[in-house]
Ligand binder design. Structure first.
Ligand SMILES: [Mg+2]
Length: 355
């Protein structure tokens, strides 16, 4: 089987509510749906969801780099995923979103060709997962209301965006904890918004409020800062913007800088590299989370299949399926609140409108 063509189509999705995080407010987002065609008639679907602040690429680069990768990949067996990555990496450093989109489509083809849902193709057996849902930055009162509305919809884990001044941030969590009660798990994501001193100070307060994880308190490059926070914080510390690659994962592990690593397919170039990052972390005793950018159900589902197949990926932060309006991508899973069941159709399992 060989690749005969790759196409790129930009689609726009609106958020149900504007999402504010420490360095941006997002009302809608565009992603690129990638289709990989083969000479055996099997088509694979992938998605590139670049996020310039984090991945350094954008939709224009996804498409221009994607066209070059297309030329080089035509004639390659999409099931030879190591070869696909070798070709992509030999042409372009970085550009992880487009690489992830092509990678996801190739895994879709491989699992369809094996007649298995992707999670089984990757070695898993259990199609059930539980995801958190993310709340953007707002006033403490409004964030508490939003949190409560998600809990009423059946979510037991809330991820809260923070990263502004730590007094207001602490007030936000106090309000949310008061609204949702003791039984809801709360994890927070500061998106690089604090200093080391801020993070250590607020960690004690967050611990008292039952927060179970602090994600990316300081800028992504500050591995020493993360390690310092981890040594002093009673709450677990996670890396997100600090970990894009197997090399980042290896350094974070060697420096004992974090308790958890948040893997995102768009940061690392897809499932192939995500598996390696998880293995590096597992060997170092570091569990992983899987997260997402503003992406549609398609890329979210790819992450869910990977998580369902990977013991070391314990925390699921794949919530664009709940917070995005989308009519163009559907199916592939059922959910009740944050509890997801993946379908057993071969491949990723969702349908892209018009195909
Ligand atoms: Mg994050």
């Amino acid at each position: 089987m060989v690749i005969t063509d790759i196409t790129f189509e930009v689609k726009k999705f609106r958020f149900e509510e504007p999402m504010k995080i420490a360095f941006a407010t997002i009302t809608d987002m565009e992603t690129c749906i990638i289709k990989v065609m083969t000479d055996e008639g099997i088509t694979g679907f992938g998605e590139a969801a670049p996020f310039p602040y984090v991945t350094g690429d954008n939709l224009e680069t996804v498409i221009s780099v994607g066209r070059d990768l297309r030329e080089a990949l035509i004639g390659t067996d999409p099931r030879s995923i190591g070869t696909v990555h070798r070709i992509m990496d030999s042409m372009y450093a970085g550009n992880t979103a487009v690489k992830a989109g092509i990678d996801i489509a190739c895994y879709d083809i491989s699992s369809k060709s094996a007649g298995l849902p992707l999670y089984k193709f990757l070695g898993g057996s259990d199609p059930h997962l539980t995801s958190d849902v993310t709340i953007g930055i707002d006033t403490p009162e409004r964030m508490a209301e939003t949190a409560l509305s998600w809990v009423r919809k059946g979510f037991g884990i809330i991820k809260v965006k923070l990263g502004e001044d730590i007094r207001t941030d602490a007030a936000r969590i106090r309000a949310i904890r008061e609204a949702v009660g003791e039984d809801v798990a709360i994890r927070i994501d500061a998106n690089q918004g604090w200093t080391v001193r801020d993070a250590i100070t607020i960690s004690r307060e967050l611990d008292k409020l039952g927060v179970d994880l602090i994600e990316q308190p300081v800028p992504g490059h500050d591995f020493d800062g993360l390690a310092e926070i981890r040594r002093s914080s009673p709450v677990r510390v996670a890396a997100d913007e600090s970990c894009h690659s197997i090399y980042d994962a290896s350094w974070l592990a060697r420096m004992r800088a974090v308790d958890v690593v948040n893997i995102k397919l768009m940061k690392c170039g897809g499932i192939y590299n995500a598996i390696k990052i998880s293995a590096i972390c597992e060997a170092a005793g570091i569990p992983c989370m899987i997260g997402c950018m503003g992406e549609s159900t398609l890329a979210n589902l790819a992450g869910m299949h990977l998580a369902a197949a990977t013991d070391n990926i314990r925390d699921i932060d794949l919530d664009s399926v709940y917070i995005l309006k989308q009519e163009d991508v559907y199916g592939g899973y059922d959910h009740e609140g944050g509890n997801v069941t993946l379908w057993d159709d071969p491949g990723i399992g969702c349908t892209v409108k018009g195909d």
